[in-house]
Design a protein around this ligand. Sequence first.
Ligand SMILES: Cc1cc2nc3c(=O)[nH]c(=O)nc-3n(C[C@H](O)[C@H](O)[C@H](O)COP(=O)(O)OP(=O)(O)OC[C@H]3O[C@@H](n4cnc5c(N)ncnc54)[C@H](O)[C@@H]3O)c2cc1C
Length: 495
Amino acid sequence: MAVDHVDVLIVGAGLSGIGAACHLRRSTPEKTVAILEGRDAVGGTWDLFRYPGVRSDSDMFTLGYSFRPWTDPKAIADGESIRRYVRETAREYGVDTLIRFRHRVVAAEWSSADARWTVRAHRTDTGETVVLTCRFLYACAGYYRYDEGWTPPLPGADRFTGRIVHPQHWPADLDHTGRRVVVIGSGATAVTLVPALAERAAHVTMLQRSPGYVVSLPSRDRLADALRRRLPAHLAYPLVRWKNVLVTMAMFQFSRRAPRLARSVLRRGVRRELPAGYDVDRHFSPRYDPWDQRLCVVPDGDLFAAVRSGRAEVVTDTVETFTATGIRLTSGRDLPADVVVTATGLNLLAVGGIELTVDGDRVDLARTVAYKGMMLSGVPNFAMTLGYTNASWTLKADLVAGYVCRLLRHLDRHGHQVCTPLAPDTDRLEPIIDLRAGYVLRSVDALPKQGPDTPWRLHQNYPRDVWTMRHGPVDDGVRFSRATASVATGGAPRA
Ligand SMILES: Cc1cc2nc3c(=O)[nH]c(=O)nc-3n(C[C@H](O)[C@H](O)[C@H](O)COP(=O)(O)OP(=O)(O)OC[C@H]3O[C@@H](n4cnc5c(N)ncnc54)[C@H](O)[C@@H]3O)c2cc1C
């Protein structure tokens, strides 16, 4: 079998993988790069999710790439516009030709003797196994399972004569016009779906076990609109990006330092949107503090408008059982339904489910510690992209990509071939994701950890990370070396 070799192998052609390849093209054009993508399209999340109304809940000035301005008038954008933006970026930077589609990476074995990874991918079209080798493995594989969303047990679901769908697998043939729809869930997907479905459905009920925080933000950014009239995009974009970074950070810090005050500000925002007498406490006042879980953004208060109009309703209750015609609630109320949407979440999956092996030893991710939130202790020449929990994913993805380029240049400059983060000497380890959302808690034991201090701590602080990742040292907490075969023979590593 012919085995291809590249300097850097990227796994995943979503927002992160395409961004990573663009950074490498711009900063280290001499490196050979390939992207293995398990699906047959660019865009990852923004190609997979096709439910009505799918959109970002971050502003696109921070969800867009640092190097390519977001020029669409909408700050909170629909899935199709984001998909187009990722594809156009790939084309414009010439990285679309690096992608090998339908290659699902299943395993990667590191050899210290050769200072290289041997990567096995399953071709989903032909069933073949493809083997590649690379110097540096860069996982941009997202954070959840693509094949299956999370659905809790649904008692009596087999009796239900309507359709049950998960937003991750939205059927192209589902027409909800004039139908009664129940959306189970209270997260970002549920609050997106409800107003979008309510445009054509007979009625939509958002059924939640407990409420989440919902905040209305304008879908257009006034500063962006004003600046774009006066300045070229490449000057206006970073200004709006930084404004949004700082505003989001200020809101986050405010929530963390004064949670009770933050709660009451958020509650007042909701109260203003709903009619007098609406039970805001029951349906929109969570038991947890703001930012223990991500806040749900609704552009221009579209969810509240749907509730005000009577086309949608929020019900806070639990499912007793499905019936033939809908859902019976614990309170005894019956919710008639033709379609039930289980907006109940994702299944987390680290590093795209790739089985990593280092010199024959299987890497147990739960026993690794994340270095700068992007490498793993004891795993050589490996990086991964994991976005922020309190800000746009791409802010971190861009920093990680820039850091990988710095690291590769550092290796070349000093004649090293291998960089391995060395685990910190501490037992004060915490989960890598600091949210208490159900989908995190379900999988947290299988994920890498973070340590108490820099460079092992995820500060979830973009300005601080800009300093650390762009200007801070690349050799703190890392061992540099050469292929052990070349050290033993005093020569070049085996090709
Ligand atoms: C519905 C939804 C809305 C979201 N909205 C926001 C938002 O507004 N703001 C925000 O910051 N974040 C949001 N997120 C998080 C979102 O996933 C990130 O913004 C971003 O899209 C992640 O990009 P990514 O490229 O890292 O991962 P993904 O988009 O998940 O792409 C990963 C790619 O890797 C491929 N892949 C995975 N494993 C393998 C493998 N083993 N072999 C080969 N290929 C593989 C996948 O097929 C996919 O194409 C949202 C997530 C969802 C699900």
